[in-house]
Structure formats: structure tokens, C-alpha cells
Design a protein around this ligand. Structure first.
Ligand SMILES: C[S@@+](CC[C@H](N)C(=O)[O-])C[C@H]1O[C@@H](n2cnc3c(N)ncnc32)[C@H](O)[C@@H]1O
Length: 253
């Protein structure tokens, strides 16, 4: 999550190419979060921010009967999303938007639901929740998953890693305070299961790291990035009790 240059970005795309997801998550958790939203219209209007290749977008389309605007900065991910949506028979209800969530210009009060799995950090948890509020209908819902500290006794190695990679990371309690202070009603929150980190994300990512190490044996830039990706995976292997993704489900008051 730290700053990277364009060459590194190119390499990162190769590392993450064709993974089932671009971050930890699973369909069961998407469905669980959606099931907590009550009194929705029959065809809710949904904005999926930082949708990636659309694992949760397609799931949302299947469970909601809604119309989804899926926004991401990366066209390759959106192309994969469209392909997946066609295969699953939900293409007609999904519109992809290649744009940055840092400069959104939607009309005010138009979405019943704004969804951001593993992506609200891009604007910042607090700033992001504040900015998207204007696009939400009264009583509309926001669902985000955000990397959060799960315990107070944080091992030094994990603390140092996130101090460099994601210094803005907060505890569940702190994030709930932010949600309250912004005038949302917290409906519920839950921790993403560890299996959702491994099955759709770290296991395929670790295979990709091994493959690319062989492919680029002598390239120092890629090895640096492969090392840091592997370090992140190893850290979760050791310290997954201490941090995790947390789903926060909230409603516009
Ligand atoms: C960790 S991934 C999460 C993807 C997906 N929601 C999931 O859970 O699999 C973050 C996504 O945000 C996208 N992204 C990064 N910067 C962005 C920006 N400024 N505006 C919109 N999307 C962005 C990336 O391309 C990537 O697809």
C-alpha cells in the first residue's frame, strides 16, 4: 500500500494477473453482509467501488436483482469482470466505469447501496466514508471491508510491517467510532474468515510468486516486489489472529 513507480506498477499487474480476486474475500461473506441489509427496493441501485475483476460484483448481481455500477481504475480488471458477468448471466445489470474513486462525480442521493470490498483504503477509511455519503440515498447502506487490528497486543514484526505499508490501519473500535462520528448507523460488523484470505488470494498469489521467481530469476526489480509479496503472505501465516479484514455494514441516518 506504500507508494510505487510506474515500472513497479507494471510488474505488480503481472503478479496479480488472473488471480480469482485482487484482495482477500469470499462469496459467503459478500452474501452474509448483503443479508444484513433490510427493506431494500426490488431493484436496488448499487455502486461497487474498486470492484477489481468483479468477484463480489457478480455475486451481488446474482443475489440482489439490482443494477450495479462497477468502478475501477484498471481496464483489464473490468474486462475480466464483463467476461465473468456474461458467463454468469448478469451482464445486462452491470455497467463498468473505468475511473478513479479519487475523483467521483455521481449525482447526489442516487445509490441504495455503496459497496467497497478491500478498496475504501484507497481514499482512506474516514475520508472515503465521508465522501461517498453524498451519493447515498437517505437510509441507503454502505458496506466496506477494511484491514483492521483485531487485538491490542500487536507483535512488533506485524506493527513494523503495517507502520510502513498501511500506517492508517485502525482497530475495530476506532473504525466504529469513525462510522458513528460521520452520522452513519452501524448495522453490524464481522471479521472475514481466514479461509477467505487463503483460498481466493494468498494460495494462488504464492503460486504466482514461485512461478515468476523462475521466470525472472535475475531481474532485481521484480525480485524485490516478489520478496515483499511473500513477506506479506508469511506475515499473515504467523499473525492472522492479530489483524484481518473486517466488514462494516452501516446505514445513512
Ligand atoms: C484490493 S483490490 C480489491 C478488489 C475487489 N474489490 C476484491 O475484493 O477482490 C483494490 C482495487 O482497487 C482498484 N483501484 C486502485 N486504485 C484505484 C482508484 N484510484 N480508483 C478506483 N479503483 C482503484 C484496483 O485496481 C483494485 O482492483
Amino acid at each position: 500500500m506504500s507508494r510505487i513507480n510506474s515500472k513497479e506498477l507494471e510488474i505488480l499487474f503481472e503478479i496479480f494477473e488472473n488471480l480469482p480476486r485482487e484482495g482477500p474475500g469470499d462469496s459467503e461473506s459478500t452474501r452474509k453482509a448483503y443479508s444484513l441489509l433490510k427493506n431494500l427496493p426490488f431493484n436496488p441501485k448499487i455502486l461497487d467501488l474498486g470492484c477489481g475483476s468483479g468477484a463480489q460484483t457478480v455475486e451481488l448481481a446474482k443475489i440482489s436483482e439490482g443494477n450495479i455500477q462497477a468502478l475501477d481504475i484498471n481496464q483489464e480488471f473490468l474486462d475480466r469482470l464483463n467476461k465473468k458477468a456474461k458467463k454468469e448471466g448478469v451482464f445486462e445489470r452491470i455497467t463498468t466505469i473505468k475511473s478513479s474513486m479519487l475523483s467521483m462525480d455521481f449525482e447526489d442521493n442516487i445509490f441504495d447501496i455503496i459497496w467497497a470490498e478491500g478498496s475504501i483504503y484507497i481514499i482512506g477509511f474516514e475520508k472515503g466514508l465521508k465522501e461517498i455519503k453524498q451519493f447515498l440515498k437517505p437510509k441507503g447502506y454502505v458496506v466496506v471491508s477494511e484491514l483492521s487490528w483485531l487485538r491490542k497486543d500487536r507483535p512488533e514484526e506485524a506493527r513494523n510491517f503495517f507502520q510502513a505499508e498501511y500506517p492508517a490501519m485502525q482497530s475495530i473500535k476506532q473504525n466504529i467510532e469513525v462510522i458513528d462520528s460521520l452520522g452513519y448507523l452501524l448495522i453490524n460488523h464481522f471479521i472475514l474468515p481466514k479461509s477467505a484470505w487463503w483460498e481466493n488470494y494468498y494460495i494462488p498469489l504464492e503460486k504466482r510468486v514461485k512461478f515468476l521467481r523462475k521466470k525472472y530469476e535475475k531481474a532485481s526489480e521484480i525480485n524485490k516486489l516478489l520478496d515483499s509479496t511473500q513477506k506479506e503472505i508469511d506475515l499473515f501465516r504467523k499473525y492472522s489472529d492479530y489483524y484481518g479484514y473486517v466488514f462494516y455494514i452501516m446505514q445513512n441516518k
